[in-house]
Write a protein that binds this ligand. Structure first.
Ligand SMILES: Cc1cc2nc3c(=O)[nH]c(=O)nc-3n(C[C@H](O)[C@H](O)[C@H](O)COP(=O)(O)OP(=O)(O)OC[C@H]3O[C@@H](n4cnc5c(N)ncnc54)[C@H](O)[C@@H]3O)c2cc1C
Length: 395
């Protein structure tokens, strides 16, 4: 799939972090811009970060006029990805339902439906009768703590095989001669006169023409090495998977009010997740209180699942920004230091378009218009993006 390499003394581009984002940027640097003297440095195995731990939900039903076209462009790339990489990434476009359980949450979903439609994204409000037809097992009783009043239905959303995306990009990068270096940890970055010169690793020092920080949950640790401050905090996010069940759920279900979401894999397992842990941490250990929370809220939606056993539970770490939108661009403090970070709980779906846009920015020096609003400078100008309503629990 990808070959081992000796670490060379110099690269045109050094990408720190070989998750889906770092790999996608490397892929488009090689594919679209012919820049192949690129090293991807990964402190662990490929996919060890959130790219191998997420719940693989893809969608573009965001809230803001900046977010919606950006995520939609990513969904288009995902649709072509199996052909593009000649590698089946198992994208199942099963549809995505965000449930509303109160007047205020339904109002928020309506705003998203309107904004989506205005920008050409297929989303619409549906009500209990249609919800019942799409998800026959869901509890539509009015006699619950949070009855389901309506839902935002987004047919193009779905789930993908996250490992396949990572492996597909890695294989394609390797075929272009781009070097992937697993178990290569960056421990320092040397900066002189506002320019990064060398990257220090546990395997030695390397010169870098350009550096891209794509380390998600670890983003601030790398930026700090270059002297670039980031308004990001890191929180764990947990998920779990049940034993396989007969297929009964052909749609992704999200409830922001209940802080839970679930989908059923092709194998029949239920993949269930929650909101971020309420404290900052770099720990990737799962906890019993979160599992209990996921179970309680899942049973409010599907009481018939009460006897189902959980097979595995895990955690990843997420780089949270104040406005629940990513940071993509060049650092003001260090002229050749780029960032593709702040992906929080929702960044897997963005990896192809983020990689494509970051590659263009690095190759041409100009940010594509799709990512201009996500510039790190917005935290100085105050032009924040306000995507929380569509990105918090919904991933
Ligand atoms: C439980 C969970 C569920 C999620 N569900 C969804 C979802 O359904 N849909 C969605 O779109 N998003 C989801 N996300 C978020 C999504 O997974 C992330 O935003 C996305 O994968 C980030 O990708 P990345 O490539 O930027 O980072 P990562 O995949 O985290 O890669 C960063 C890499 O950097 C490496 N690294 C760190 N420090 C160093 C160093 N010093 N030297 C070298 N390498 C280093 C790490 O080992 C890691 O492999 C979820 C996340 C979690 C944890």
């Amino acid at each position: 799939m990808w070959r081992p390499h000796r670490l060379h003394s110099n690269y045109d581009v050094v990408i720190i972090g070989a998750g889906a984002h770092g790999l996608a940027a490397a892929y488009y640097l090689g594919k679209k811009h012919g820049i192949r003297n690129v090293a991807l440095l990964e402190k662990s195995y490929l996919g060890a970060g959130a790219s191998g731990r997420n719940t693989a939900i893809l969608r573009s039903n965001y809230r803001t006029p900046e977010g919606i076209p950006f995520y939609d462009a990513s969904l288009q790339l995902y649709r072509q990805m199996s052909q593009e990489l000649e590698w089946n990434v198992l994208f199942s476009r099963c549809g995505h339902l965000s449930l509303g359980h109160s007047d205020s949450s339904v109002t928020g979903l309506r705003v998203r439906a309107e904004n989506n439609q205005l920008l050409g994204v297929n989303s619409r409000m549906i009500y209990p009768e249609e919800i019942g037809r799409l998800v026959p097992g869901i509890n539509l009783s009015r006699d619950t703590r949070y009855p389901i009043l309506a839902a935002l239905y987004h047919p193009p959303g779905g789930i993908i095989r996250h490992d396949a995306v990572v492996w597909g990009y890695a294989r394609a990068c390797d075929r272009m001669g781009i070097e992937i270096h697993p178990f290569t940890e960056v421990t320092g970055i040397e900066v002189a006169n506002g320019k990064a010169t060398n990257v220090i690793t546990n395997r030695g020092r390397i010169g870098a023409g350009t550096i891209l920080n794509s380390t998600a949950g670890w983003a601030t640790t790398i930026s700090k090495m270059a002297g670039v401050p980031l308004p990001i905090v890191t929180h764990p996010l947990q998920a779990c998977v049940s034993e396989p069940l007969k297929p009964f759920l052909d749609c992704v279900i999200v409830s922001a009010t209940l802080h839970v979401y679930l989908s059923q894999t092709d194998k029949g397992e239920l993949v269930m997740g929650a909101e971020i842990d309420p404290y900052q941490s770099y720990s990737m250990k799962s906890t019993l209180p979160t599992l209990e929370q996921i179970a309680i809220y899942t049973l409010e939606l599907f009481p018939q699942l009460h006897g189902v056993r959980v097979l595995r539970q895990w955690a990843g770490i997420c780089d949270m920004t104040p406005d629940f939108a990513p940071i993509m661009g060049r650092a003001q403090e260090v002229s050749n230091f780029y960032m593709d970070v702040g992906w929080g709980t929702y960044g897997f779906k963005a990896s192809p378009i983020a990689g494509k846009c970051m590659a263009e920015l690095i190759a041409t020096g100009k940010p594509p218009s799709l990512i201009e609003p996500f510039t790190p400078a917005r935290f100085h100008t105050g032009q924040l993006l306000g995507e929380k309503g569509a990105a918090a629990v919904s991933h």
